[in-house]
Write a protein that binds this ligand. Structure first.
Ligand SMILES: [Zn+2]
Length: 87
């Protein structure tokens, strides 16, 4: 909106707070895509449809959530090992 200040006409950008938040989220997303390409990858659990954002330094996170999918996949592998090993 135009603001007259010291006899000069000034334009001030006024964004409602709700919009500013949305813009902030968009910018944050773009920032992630720019600075961390390839960091967004599907979860290692084939039953899971989530795409975890890998925040680990070596880019080695495999699951969206260690507590959920991580433990589930570990348990599955363990079960497979036990089943395959000769009794
Ligand atoms: Zn998952």
């Amino acid at each position: 909106m135009p603001v007259i200040e010291d006899g000069r006409l000034d334009w001030t950008l006024r964004v409602p707070d709700a919009h500013r938040l949305a813009v902030g989220v968009l910018l944050a997303w773009a920032h992630v895509e720019e600075t961390r390409p390839g960091r967004l990858k599907p979860c290692g659990n084939p039953d899971c449809r989530r795409f975890p954002l890998d925040r680990s330094k070596p880019n080695s996170a495999r699951w969206c959530s260690m507590a959920e999918c991580g433990n589930r996949m570990k348990a599955r592998r363990h079960y497979q090992r036990v089943k395959d090993s000769p009794a």
